[in-house]
Write a protein that binds this ligand. Structure first.
Ligand code: ADP
Ligand code: MG
Length: 254
């Protein structure tokens, strides 16, 4: 059984000006521990698709399931990470990382120890008592990821998670994030408009059409299946080939 499945999913937004068809006939099955990247132009419905998986939105048509169960609302199984890190400037790094646990009233000594271990393992040792403005963008994004992982979701949704970072940080945080998510055996859906980010990080790249968003094509990325890291993948001649094909598809239909 797929970890996440969308069957004939459609979503309409109701606005003063009428109905907007954001998604149409979306069929997608994502296996456990798969990293799927979704690329498409701005406004094609990428964030809408993640909102459906997270349970923040209900589909107008079709069905969204996690482990075969209908997604009926926001739930523990899913962690959501956004472009902005939403760290609270007045809380320390440790207290920010503990926020999700605190909200769920799960801040046990064991859980706190585990978060401290993650901060150490992921390059933030010694920064526990710093405040977010004292950290680089890349470090802040790692804190946001640890905060998301702390509540132990099986499925992670990443919505353009690196687009606020400069190019160098994007490369190094991308490398770290893939390492962390592979180690922790997470199932990931990442939305991006950056083709090279998608090809370098994912097992599979899903290309969407402009609005109304439909799935145009899907590409298996061998390098990720072979265990290469994003930076290693970018060095591969195959990387350029994937890029060229997907770029063409994204720019084909108007
Ligand atoms: P993407 O993330 O790919 O840029 P979105 O999923 O945010 O696209 O939006 C898809 C389409 O739906 C866009 O045309 C957007 O204007 C429209 N849309 C998004 N959210 C709403 C909303 N709350 N109400 C009305 N229209 C919306
Ligand atoms: Mg979006």
């Amino acid at each position: 059984m797929p970890r996440v499945e969308l069957k004939n999913v459609g979503l309409n937004y109701h606005t003063i000006g009428g109905e907007v068809v954001a998604l149409q006939d979306v069929n997608l099955a994502i296996e456990d521990q798969e990293f799927v990247a979704i690329v498409g132009r701005s406004g094609c419905g990428k964030s809408t698709l993640l909102s459906l998986v997270s349970g923040l939105l209900k589909p107008t048509r079709g069905l969204v399931t996690i482990d075969g169960e209908e997604v009926a609302g926001p739930n523990q199984r899913v962690g959501y990470m956004l472009q902005q890190d939403y760290l609270f400037e007045w809380r320390t790094i440790l207290d920010n990382a503990l926020l999700g646990l605190e909200i769920r009233k799960e801040k046990t000594p064991e859980a706190v120890a585990e978060v401290k271990d993650m901060l150490k393992a992921y390059g933030l040792a010694g920064f526990e008592h710093y405040y977010p403005p004292q950290l680089s963008g890349g470090m802040r994004q790692r804190v946001a990821l640890i905060r998301t992982l702390a509540t132990k979701p099986d499925v992670l949704l990443l919505d353009e998670p690196f687009s606020a970072l400069d190019y160098q940080s994007r490369l190094s945080v991308g490398e770290d994030v893939v390492k962390i998510l592979r180690e922790r055996k997470k199932t990931v859906i990442m939305v991006t408009h950056d083709i090279s980010e998608a090809v370098s990080m994912a097992n599979r790249v899903v290309v969407m059409t402009p609005r109304p968003g439909k799935i145009r094509s899907q590409h298996r990325i061998d390098m990720c299946d072979e265990g290469l890291t994003p930076l290693q993948t970018r060095e591969e001649p195959r990387f350029r080939q994937y890029f060229a094909v997907i770029w063409k598809e994204l720019n084909a239909d108007d």
